[in-house]
Design a protein around this ligand. Structure first.
Ligand SMILES: [Zn+2]
Length: 80
């Protein structure tokens, strides 16, 4: 019995794409400082940090964390 090469390619692609497209909350949290700075600097975060951006779209906990951090930094900037 031989493995069908196209099937194998599809399998590999499926595994790689789920890995490439998803980070967990821990990884998201590690990126959050940087992500907030990018957002405050007016960068297109979906372009610069697509994985973190994607996670924040799907994960409420992390999004709340992000919004809290964003507000804190904005408050710092305005009181300066
Ligand atoms: Zn999360």
């Amino acid at each position: 019995m031989k493995l069908e090469p196209t099937l194998l390619k599809q399998l590999v692609r499926a595994v790689m794409s789920t890995r490439a497209d998803e980070i967990d909350c821990g990884e998201c949290f590690e990126q959050l400082d940087c992500f907030v700075e990018m957002a405050l600097a007016g960068k297109d975060v979906s372009e610069v940090m697509p994985l973190t951006h994607d996670h924040l779209q799907r994960c409420r906990d992390c999004r709340e964390e992000f919004e809290a951090l964003l507000k804190a930094l904005q408050a710092l900037e305005t009181t300066d």
